[in-house]
Design a binder for this molecule. Structure first.
Ligand code: ADP
Ligand code: ZN
Ligand code: ZN
Length: 725
């Protein structure tokens, strides 16, 4: 009997066996199978000799859908590794990574990639078509001449051509096809390539020398040191060798810039950009471009780490410290960590780039497990001068110190740009009653409702709650309600009062919601029609604004004290990024941090801009306190209507864990840092060990029990290497 083992997109944590007599059924191919009353598309992951399911009960697969496997051996190996490492069911892992359009039965078709003629089409005579059918005649001639034409190219030819294409498809003259692999024989003449600095050149050289072997590397370069240029040189070398390159970036917001840079640098080299903003069909067709080997560069956010790449030769992870590389729900993988695993499997170099590497990564470099490539200097610019404004000795107006206001005034007079960074959107973080002390709490979250004054709304930034600003206190009826604290809107208003002539631009999630908004804003900043930028972390990352010379940081203190042991590391990284926007042109940049804790070691380290000293210090503390990277952690998360139900489930799980006599430490269940979210209450249970193997062995023994004891009352998930608590 011929058997196949199939991964399916169902909530059951296992694989499913079917009979399948199609001898062509290959591992990695899609297959249509019956499942209960439905039909589902799954992926064949094995062809076992025997099944635990009795023969009489085994159903028969309906059809194998791919002659060529959709996932290759290397792809499945990575997915299997991930399933094992993150203790997540293989079926769910596979289904989370294959584009939805490729695993939907009967649905909107995946956008075709390209077309070619069938034998009937090749034999057809264009001259025999009726004279009125001009579009058809032209399309037929074109297809006969070019063999393969991209969907994009045909779409661009207009409605008549598209209609002609549909006619040809219906009459069997045209079929879908994929694009052939495009290996550039020699690199096309690239657009103006800058000459590398000595440091850049050394870094790029080291990467290029490593091509063809597994070598993890940390490219640690201060902001403005030209890391991107190092990537581009390494990419050029990899392309020339006939390799595909995987370039991972933290956020969609950053992809358009890098995409245009890459396309301009490598004209004619097909680039597939993959991120969550794409329509399903588009995502599937780009994924196939990568899979077929047609696309030579894949530029994408975290999920693209799984993209099949037959000729993979180099992986780059830009801003590797960024928390968005970690998936925060469901299959909670770290794309950065899997990038390193993938590179090891494939025997290729992987470059992790950052100005403020994650401590996990930095430790690997310090211990020489990763090769360290350093860029100490800015390109054609000096690093900014960072200083603190001690709020205890300053006059403050609407959250802005006199010194910061004066500094902005000076820059405006010199026709230079300034930026005020505040990590909170809205007008004020809370509305408060002056007579009874009532505060605008969200009923569904452990959080305050934020005042959005312009829209006159109270909004929760966690669950989306949205209600009008009340005119009187809901508790005591007094009208003495006041917004407390600062948000971007309030700082914007304050700046407008201080500088009535200045052109002020607010950049936060509210003003950049529209699709092209941020791109338009970036051009306005570059064209110097903006004097002062006010905004949140959107402004922090990767932007190069040559006329921006002053950065003011307002209200960072709020992030200084947190019970998450990674809070300091993240704040340091964020402030370094923000500070790094200043002085990237020929003027000296200036960064002013408003704080009530000017003596805090974090600010001292930031002023010195000595990441190495700071990181080593933090690592020493982590080692002493027994925190990662010196121990390995996993978190069992649970959520329920009430925290008691969640804690009860976790308590049971903890008892069972101890019963297993584990070689790991099992802590007591505690409520999550943010206990209520969207009406659900959350708690977790931490287990940790200094041995990765012990932790994994324990988790694999523990998981089946969790599935058994869980009830519908409490939802749970396992989070290996948790990034937040
Ligand atoms: P980072 O990502 O390290 O902060 P960028 O890659 O943004 O730095 O580079 C900073 C600026 O320097 C960019 O405008 C970039 O175009 C420019 N640049 C990088 N390398 C060179 C070079 N070798 N010669 C001239 N300009 C360069
Ligand atoms: Zn009141
Ligand atoms: Zn809420």
């Amino acid at each position: 009997m011929n058997l196949i083992r199939v991964a399916l997109d169902v909530p059951l944590a296992r694989l499913f066996d079917y009979r399948c007599d199609d001898r062509a059924a290959q591992i990695g191919a899609r297959v249509l199978v019956p499942f209960g009353k439905q039909k589902l598309i799954g992926i064949i992951v094995a062809r076992p000799d025997t099944s635990e399911v009795p023969e009489a009960k085994l159903k028969r697969a309906i059809a194998v859908l791919d002659a060529e496997p959709l996932l290759g051996r290397a792809d499945l190996r990575l997915l299997e590794f991930a399933a094992d490492y993150y203790v997540h069911p293989l079926g769910a892992v596979i289904m989370a990574t294959v584009p939805t359009a490729l695993r939907r039965v009967r649905s909107r078709e995946e956008t075709p990639i390209a077309y070619m003629l069938t034998a009937a089409g090749v034999a057809a005579n264009a001259a025999a078509l009726p004279p009125r059918a001009r579009a058809q005649r032209e399309l037929l001639v074109l297809l006969q001449r070019k063999t393969i034409i991209e969907h994009r190219a045909i779409s661009a030819l207009g409605a008549a051509t598209r209609k002609a294409l549909q006619i040809f498809i219906t009459q069997g003259w045209v079929q879908n096809t994929t694009l052939p692999p495009q290996k550039p024989a020699a690199m096309p003449e690239p657009s103006a390539v800058p000459v590398l600095s000595a440091e850049q050149s050394a870094a790029a050289g080291t990467i290029i020398t490593a091509l063809g072997t597994y070598q993890p590397m940390l490219l640690w370069g201060i902001t403005g040191s030209g890391k991107t240029e190092v990537y581009l040189h390494a990419i050029a070398a990899a392309l020339t060798r006939g390799s595909q390159v995987l370039l991972l970036v933290p956020e969609i917001a950053l992809t358009p810039q890098l995409e245009s840079l890459v396309i301009a640098r490598f004209p004619g080299v097909p680039v597939a950009t993959l991120h969550s903003g794409l329509a399903d069909g588009e995502r599937a067709s780009r994924w196939r471009d990568a899979r077929s080997g047609h696309a030579r560069i894949v530029l994408g956010t975290r999920l693209s780490v799984f993209t099949p790449l037959p000729d993979l030769g180099l992986i780059i992870v830009d801003e590797e410290h960024d928390t968005s590389f970690k998936q925060g729900e469901g299959f909670r993988y770290s794309a950065r960590d899997l990038a390193v695993v993938r590179a090891r499997h494939a025997g290729v170099p992987v470059v992790l780039g950052s100005a403020t590497p994650a401590l996990e990564t930095y430790r690997n470099a310090v211990d020489r497990r990763y090769q360290l490539l350093t860029l100490h200097d800015r390109i054609n610019a000096r690093p900014p001068v960072i200083s603190c404004i001690d709020l205890r000795h300053e006059k403050i107006t609407d959250g802005l110190s006199a010194r910061l206001i004066a500094a902005i005034g000076k820059r405006i007079a010199r026709n230079e740009q300034s930026m005020v960074f505040i990590n909170r959107r809205g007008y004020a973080p809370v509305l408060m009653c002056g007579s009874c002390g009532w505060m605008s709490d969200c009923k569904r979250c452990s959080a305050k409702l934020v005042v959005h004054l312009r829209e006159r709304r109270l909004r929760c930034h966690h669950c989306g709650h949205d209600s009008p600003v009340p005119t009187a206190c809901p508790d005591c009826g007094d009208a003495d309600l006041a917004p407390v604290g600062q948000g971007t809107q309030r700082i914007e208003a304050a700046l407008a009062r201080q500088f009535p002539q200045a052109r002020i631009l607010r950049v936060d999630r509210d003003t950049t919601r529209r699709k092209e908004a941020w791109q338009d804003m970036r051009s306005r900043i570059r064209e110097r029609t903006v004097d002062i930028l006010v905004g949140t972390q959107i402004l922090a990352k990767g932007h190069d604004f040559p006329h921006l010379n002053l950065v003011g940081i307002v209200n960072a203190d709020g992030m200084l004290y947190s019970n998450d042991f990674r809070a300091a590391e993240r704040l340091y990284a964020l402030l370094t990024q923000v500070a790094g926007r200043a002085g990237r042109g020929d003027q000296q940049g200036e960064v002013l941090v408003q704080t009530e804790f000017a003596d805090h070691p974090l600010y001292a380290a930031l002023r010195d801009q000595d990441f190495d000293a700071y990181a080593r210090n933090q690592l020493a503390e982590r080692r002493q306190a027994g925190f990662p990277p010196y121990v390995h952690q996993a978190l069992l998360r649970a959520e329920a209507r009430s925290v008691d139900v969640a804690l009860q489930f976790l308590g049971q799980a903890a008892r069972h864990a101890r019963h297993l006599k584990p070689a790991v430490t099992v802590y007591d269940p505690v409520p999550a840092n943010m206990m209520r979210k969207s009406g659900r209450e959350r708690a977790h249970l931490l287990v940790q060990s200094s041995s990765r193997t012990d932790l994994r062995t324990f988790l694999n023994a523990w998981r089946p029990h969790l599935s058994e004891t869980s009830s519908t009352a409490a939802r749970w998930s396992l989070d290996v290497d948790p990034a937040e608590f």
